[in-house]
Every structure is written in C-alpha cells, then in structure tokens.
Design a protein around this ligand. Sequence first.
Ligand code: SF4
Length: 240
Amino acid sequence: MAQLGHVAVVALCPLLGAERKTYAPTHEVTNVGSDRSQLSRMSEQARAAIGSEAIEAVADRGYYSGEEIVACEQAGVTVYLPKPITSGLNVKGRFGKQDFVYVAADDVYLCPAGEQLVYHYTNEEDGKTLRRYWTNACQGCALKGQCTTGKERRISRWEHEAVLEAVQARLDRNPAKMRLRRQTVEHPFGTIKSSMGSTHFQMKTLKHVGTEMAQHVLAYNMKRVMSILGVGGLIEAIRA
Ligand code: SF4
C-alpha cells in the first residue's frame, strides 16, 4: 500500500514475462487507513485481471490478518506474508507466543522451559473460536519471571491457526519471496508517485480520486508494456 495524502492505494504487482518485469493488474483507492482487510479482495481482483487460477500473494506485515489469510488460502491463493510481533511481551522482556512450539501430534504447546501446555477448554473471543492451553508447572518454574505475572501462562490457539502456521512455514522455506516483493512492488509505486509530483491527487472525494488513480495506473501500465513489448507490440496486443 502507498499512502498518498489521506487516501490509501492498494495494489498487487505480478511479474510479466521472462524478464520478470512488473505491472499493476489491479488497484483500489480506499480511505481505510490500514491494509489489514485488503488481502483477499485484492488477490481476487488480481486473479480476475490476469486470468490465472493459480496466483501467489506476497505482501508485507501491514496486510497481516488471520481471517484474510484463511480466506485467500481457502480460495486457492498461495500466501507469503510474515507475521508481525504485536503482543508487546517481547518488548517487556517476556516470552512471546512465538517462543512456544505447537506439537500437532499431541495437541500441546512446548514452552521455553520444556513443559507441555495441554488443552483445557474452548471459547469465543471477538468472533474467533479459541482453544486454551496451559500447564500447572508454572508456579515452580525458574523462568516464570520471563513468562507471566499470572498464576500460569496461558496460550490461545485459533481454530484456523494451522493455516497461519503453514503460511509461515512456506515463507521460512522461501525467504527470497520477500526480497522479490521489495524489488517488484516498489517500482510501480515509486514511478507513479514520482509522476504525480509533490501534490499527489488533484481531485477530491473517493470516487474522483479513484478515477484519477485509475488514469495514473493506466499510464504506468502502458509505459511498462511499451518498454517490455515495444510500441508495435502494444498496438498488436490491443488489436488482438
Ligand atoms: S512459566 Fe510456565 S509456561 Fe512459562 S516457561 Fe515456565 S513452565 Fe513454561
């Protein structure tokens, strides 16, 4: 996403051709100040625009939303998206959830002290079904000061947590994806922002800004296609 004035622009920029050049197949102007609810909608728009069933969505941490990731994966979009660390526990010098390892075969979490946090009950919070795990060993644990101020440390597991773990494992196996994202997505935004100049949008209201942005993206894509295929190639493609 690029912040241009008070308007956020989200876009997906796939690779085109053997030379791996980028273009923007879709974009959207929104006045929602965060990308967290954009991933599945933009992925679907990109899939429709490029006419490919199999697509990969590579995004930065700002897009991280469990619900959005699950929606993408269920729709067949392969997601690469690093998980942000938001709990603040690490800042306080305490273990975060990432320090607890889930063992699927036993349905337990292993804590930094090597204890097993076992399942106790399931409840709902903010519309999410969460399974709760803990151990009774915390009271005598030498690491308790780094772990919890409560009676015991509890870990919650969302019912779709396995999907998020699979996405993280996929990214761990393919760390170059994030470098590729940086190398590709910055080009359209940098070029479009540079061509817009310091004033950014000239229009007001979401509808008119959307039209203005569409013209910028169209101009960018035309220039990209001319640079990749040449003017003749572009004319041929338009005629086809
Ligand atoms: S306080 Fe409990 S959960 Fe934390 S490290 Fe110790 S035993 Fe494990």
